[in-house]
Design a protein around this ligand. Structure first.
Ligand code: HAM
Length: 443
């Protein structure tokens, strides 16, 4: 027997009824984004590898270990193969699109959101997958459009607090920090490098390398034995210049005024190199080790680092898989999540041995189903060769009502409808059927 094929490790199929929850989350996000005047952007699932190397940073875990990269040989013989990568995140792609389409020349702030899959070769565990979905947004534009204002940071954070509340996520925490300007970070990196000179030899291999190449990344280390050493390292807040301090204070003051509660976390440097000034994560205790529901921050130098004009920006990405996990855990019994129910099951009835009649009644049932679906109803369609009992059993599993369409009903235009929750049976004319089926049916 040949081996059965399965979804690749770290990827999964999303099936109904769970996909209903995914759709609800996405619909809520789109609704909230619209209120804040964001528009949707869709960028390609793969990009030139250089975009992530330069944008996200060579020394980050994402770029150094987790990308799905390949050489694209499908070009002309004369050309060099191009290194391509499945997007591990979407911010670099959005900023690339901003530059490519000269969106900065509009002089306006660009407020863009995206919903889609991202790919990272991480060790799969609860809440961590190799293909996962992000719902994210970016606010980017020329300085003259106010893109650097601390008000933008506070507005994005206030929108996130509103969105999580509207999704029904209970018990989230906003953790907030500032990693300063690129000059502040360079200064902090030097301070860390000196502090780590003596400490790094006692740390993991990765930290030993990072201590030399990009000391800030030592703060991302998850190795438990290294944590007490990391605790003793100088804090980035002490390396911020006056401008960065003032910017951060203004973000905090605007959040206080809007009543958005946050917790300062001076260790929050985030695992991507493009961040400047404000960084944040929204965490949730119910998620276990992978407790970040979402992360984001400001990236005032990203556009320039990938060859674009100065275009300060701020954004975030929510882990949609983690939003789903959190909402499922909040429900009393996630397994009891209601299955999909159609408004009606249209059951054609004919003598299975009479092929002509069967054909006619099945065709008539399809036409009736079409009419009802066009009226906005959710309809299941049966099969004329089923006996009455089998049609009822099938309908009872997936629909609130059954509509019988036999030869008599076809001729008279009056249909028999049974409502399962009440056991009620009614004769309904075809003209009134859609209205009748749209009325409450008990369950
Ligand atoms: P990130 O922190 O790498 O940031 O990812 C954002 C969120 O995506 C995480 O908080 C988590 O919820 C989810 N996530 C990340 N990796 C996985 C995974 N392997 N499985 C499931 N969920 C995952 C970014 O991606 C930035 N682009 C965010 C941003 C936008 N910053 C500014 N603008």
């Amino acid at each position: 027997m040949s081996q059965t094929l399965k979804a690749v490790r770290g990827t999964r199929d999303l099936l109904p009824p769970e996909t209903e929850l995914w759709n609800r989350i996405e619909a809520t996000a789109r609704r909230v984004f619209a209120r804040y005047n964001f528009g949707e952007i869709r960028t390609p699932l793969f990009e030139d590898t250089g975009l992530f190397a330069r944008g996200v940073g060579e020394e980050t875990d994402i770029v150094s270990k987790e990308m799905y990269t390949w050489e694209d040989r499908a070009r002309a013989q004369s050309e060099k193969p191009q290194s391509l990568t499945l997007r591990p995140e979407n911010t670099a792609g959005v900023v690339r699109a901003y530059i490519e389409h000269k969106l900065g020349e509009t002089g306006q702030l660009q407020k863009l959101y995206y919903i889609g899959p991202q790919f990272r070769r991480e060790r799969p565990q609860k809440g961590r997958y190799r293909q996962f979905f992000q719902i994210g947004a970016e606010v980017i534009g020329p300085q003259s459009a106010g893109s650097e204002s601390p008000l933008r940071d506070a507005e994005v954070l206030e929108m996130l607090a509103t969105l999580l509340d509207e999704l029904g996520i209970v018990g989230w925490t906003l953790e907030l920090n500032s990693v300063g300007s690129s000059a502040d970070r360079a200064r902090y990196n030097d301070i860390l490098r000196s502090a780590l000179a003596a400490l790094a030899p006692k740390m993991c291999q990765d930290c030993q390398r990072r201590a030399v190449t990009n000391p800030l990344r030592v703060l991302d280390c998850k190795v438990p034995e290294d944590q007490p050493i990391i605790e003793t390292l100088p804090k980035i807040a002490d390396s911020l210049d006056e401008e960065s301090k003032t910017h951060f204070a203004q973000v905090c003051a605007a959040l206080d005024a809007a009543g958005v509660v946050y917790k300062l976390n001076p260790r929050l440097v985030r695992g991507l190199d493009y961040y400047t000034r404000t960084t944040f994560e929204f965490t949730h205790g119910g998620l276990g080790a992978q407790n970040a529901l979402l992360g984001g921050g400001r990236y005032d130098g990203l556009s320039e680092s990938i060859g674009g004009p100065k275009a300060p920006g701020i954004g975030f990405a929510m882990g949609e898989d983690r939003l789903v996990l959190t909402l499922q855990a909040q429900e009393a019994d996630p397994k009891a999540a209601s299955p999909l129910f159609a408004d009606a099951f249209v059951a054609p009835m004919a003598n299975a041995k009479d092929a002509e009649k069967l054909k006619t009644i099945n065709a008539a049932a399809l036409a009736l189903a079409r009419e009802l679906r066009r009226a906005g109803l959710r309809i299941e369609l049966g099969e004329g060769s089923f006996r009455l009992k089998k049609s009822f059993e099938a309908a009872d599993k997936c629909a609130r009502r059954i509509v019988i369409l036999g030869e008599d009903e076809l001729a008279s235009g009056v249909l028999t409808v049974k409502t399962f929750a009440t056991g009620e049976q009614a004769k309904v004319s075809r003209a009134e059927l859609a209205t009748f089926l749209a009325s409450p049916a008990g369950v």
